[in-house]
Design a protein around this ligand. Structure first.
Ligand code: HEC
Length: 103
């Protein structure tokens, strides 16, 4: 049962990450809404987790590599997302950087 749920999740993550032509796929926005928005809010204003967007220090002061590492390892009370592959991590970082521009 649990196994099937993770399989479905994996397959949908794969589908999400492979449709790279849309802006959603490109900026990891779908992945963020699905995996991260519960704690960081869809607009990155924060909640259980710190705000990550424009004017926030949590992600702005980190390098892309450090952000990727944080997502994989899960700092403090954040869960680890070790199941995400490099492409998915890169799209999440791209999404965060894009949001940080405050457009
Ligand atoms: C269960 C809640 C939760 C979820 C889900 C979650 N986070 Fe977090 N996140 C946190 C908390 C809490 C912190 C602060 C951790 C600390 O330093 O104590 C944090 C910190 C961060 C930071 C700052 C990292 C650092 O090293 O200071 C980034 C970037 C981040 N999260 C990105 C993400 C991304 C991307 C996702 C989705 C893949 C995600 N988070 C999912 C709770 C969450």
């Amino acid at each position: 049962m649990h196994r099937r749920v993770s399989l479905v999740l994996l397959v949908s993550l794969f589908v999400l990450s492979s449709c790279g032509s849309s802006i959603e796929g490109k900026y990891g926005v779908d992945l963020f809404q699905a995996s991260c928005a519960t704690c960081h809010a869809g607009d990155l204003s924060g909640g259980f987790g710190p705000p990550l967007g424009f004017n926030s220090n949590s992600a702005l002061n980190l390098t892309d590599e450090q952000i990727g590492n944080s997502i994989r390892v899960g700092p403090g009370a954040m869960p680890a997302f070790s199941q995400l592959d490099d492409e998915q991590i890169a799209s999440l970082v791209e999404f965060l950087r894009w949001m940080q521009q405050g457009e």
